[in-house]
Design a protein around this ligand. Structure first.
Ligand SMILES: [Zn+2]
Length: 177
């Protein structure tokens, strides 16, 4: 969503590197499959290491290294144990992600992370229809609102896009009443 979260993440990576910290940038294999970069709409971008399973994540952490993960909501709760082990070993993770999926439901991993994070920064975008604060991500498939029953990870790129929307302009055909 156009909240500037990836820009903030890459800004934090640049700051840590200015302090001579060794930072790796990574994304899950399902995140933005069309891209090779953790990229912000504001401009900065960086090649991102790709991983599939929790054990892959462990390989990116070496002595003194900090792991920066973009779109961390895509990891899911199956990564919580690996993330916990990395933090218990004294390494740091900086991450950017969305709180809620296209249905407006919370990603459980984001709640889990928020309870453990030393610092949380909430960003918001504006609705593309009315410019009110956007609290939801509108998923569009070929320009049409995605159905409630569509999977959280769609398979129809590049026809899948997202727009920030307010509660009034967030549309989910098939949403249970
Ligand atoms: Zn709106």
């Amino acid at each position: 969503m156009a909240s500037g979260k990836s820009a903030l993440l890459l800004n934090r990576v640049a700051y840590l590197r200015s302090l001579n910290k060794n930072v790796s940038v990574a994304m899950h294999a399902v995140s933005h499959r069309e891209r090779m970069h953790a990229v912000s709409r504001a401009g900065p971008q960086e090649y991102a290491l790709r991983f599939k399973g929790p054990s892959d994540l462990q390989h990116f952490i070496r002595n003194g290294e900090i792991l920066a993960i973009d779109e961390i909501q895509d990891l899911g709760m199956s990564f919580s144990a690996a993330i916990g082990q990395i933090l218990d070993r004294g390494f740091s993770i900086v991450a950017a992600g969305r709180d809620t999926d296209f249905r407006g439901e919370t990603f459980p991993l984001m709640e889990w992370l928020a309870l453990r994070a030393m610092e949380c920064v909430s960003l918001s975008a504006v609705c593309t229809t009315c410019f009110s604060p956007a609290l939801r991500s509108q998923r569009l498939i070929r320009g049409e609102p995605a159905h409630w029953d569509s999977p959280v990870h769609e398979q129809c790129l590049p026809f899948e896009t997202y727009e920030p929307r307010c509660l009034d302009h967030h549309q989910i055909p098939g949403k249970p009443r």
